[in-house]
Design a protein around this ligand. Structure first.
Ligand code: PEP
Ligand code: MN
Length: 335
């Protein structure tokens, strides 16, 4: 449930609410907004204790949260969450995350980073541990790939986003990566989510390709519950009967998540479509629908890419998509 504090209530008032919750063994989560301060309270049969909270004269009202997810919900935290990654932020201005599907070599990543950072892109992606459907497909460079990412990221002042598949890899990811990606296949790997919940690194949580928005938010709840509130949601398409596209982009998930949750949400257009030609028009839709950013796979020579070339833009295509999207971002800011 949530306890809405009366306006002008003091820090002492807040402490009284938190202490009362503690006396019942409940957990609390404070959200201080511009207008109201809200204390989210979680525990067994919590709403049965509402009268004790209502009796405090600093409490305006007590409201049950009937949704299965609590900490990630808008009720618990009406203010939008902004994730800080070094000097960069996700959840404030529209951001691009770009880079190849897989890290292939140091030279390749140098050229990518040079090109993208010159455009003004601050987030560089690249897979080093790849979740490939076939065991015969390129599996990624592993830790060597992470080392390349870190070196190149430092040189070009870019934040690194890369996917972690196994809980035991946490220490190397914490060393080399700025944002740890949870891939679509692992959205419901609860041991992985628990491990990342204990991490201090921001997590980009992709939507499972067979998952509902509620299951996705509950996966986010795992991260939050275990201690990590730095979560970026990433819609990357879901599996439907349509065969022309690799997945079906659920664009409605963006405004829906914004109604349900305070977490930032971005859209991965490469995996959502599986097709290079659909990325430029859909990038406009992503900006227009109010997402916090977009992720696009970019490769200097998509035909030669070791993975996902068919859904990667070349440098020229990416630059033009970036320009058009940024024009639209500016227009959106004016309306
Ligand atoms: C990726 O980002 O390279 C990736 C494998 O994505 P997903 O988990 O969405 O398929
Ligand atoms: Mn890919």
């Amino acid at each position: 449930m949530i306890v809405v504090m009366k306006q002008r209530s003091s820090e002492d008032d807040l402490k009284r609410v938190v202490d009362l919750a503690k006396s019942f063994d409940f957990e609390t989560n404070i959200s201080k907004g511009a207008e109201k301060t809200i204390v989210g309270i979680i525990g067994d049969n919590v709403y049965e204790r509402r009268e004790a909270f209502e009796a405090l004269n600093c409490v305006e009202e007590v409201i049950p949260v009937l949704k299965p997810f609590k900490l990630v919900s808008k009720e618990f935290h009406p203010e939008k969450t902004v994730i800080e990654i070094g000097t960069e932020k996700i959840g404030e201005k529209f951001q691009f995350i770009a880079g190849p599907c897989s890290v292939e070599s140091k030279d390749q990543m140098e050229r990518e980073a040079e090109f993208l950072s010159n455009l003004g892109i601050k987030f560089l992606r690249g897979g080093a541990f790849k979740p490939r459907t076939s065991p015969y497909a390129f599996q990624g460079l592993g830790i060597d790939g992470l080392k390349i990412l870190k070196e190149v990221g430092e040189k070009y002042d870019m934040r690194i986003v890369s996917e972690m598949m196994a809980p035991e890899d946490i220490s190397i990811f914490e060393e080399y990566v700025d944002v740890i990606q949870v891939g679509t296949r692992n959205m419901q790997n609860y041991r992985l989510l628990e491990q990342l919940g204990h991490s201090t690194k921001p997590v980009m949580l992709k939507r499972g390709f067979m998952s509902t928005v509620e299951e996705w938010l509950l996966a986010g709840e795992y991260l939050y519950y275990h201690g990590n509130s730095q979560i970026i949601l990433c819609e990357r398409g879901i599996r439907t009967f349509e065969k022309y596209t690799r997945n079906t982009l659920d664009i409605s998930a963006v405004p829906l998540v914004k109604i349900l949750s305070h977490l930032p949400i971005i859209v991965d257009l490469s995996h959502a479509t599986g097709r290079r030609d659909l990325i430029p028009p859909l990038a406009k839709a992503v900006v227009a629908v109010g997402a916090d950013g977009v992720m696009i796979e970019v490769h200097e020579n998509p035909e030669k890419a070791l993975s996902d070339g068919q859904q990667s833009l070349n440098f020229e295509e990416f630059a033009s998509t970036y320009d058009t999207s940024m024009d639209l971002v500016k227009m959106m800011e004016e309306i």
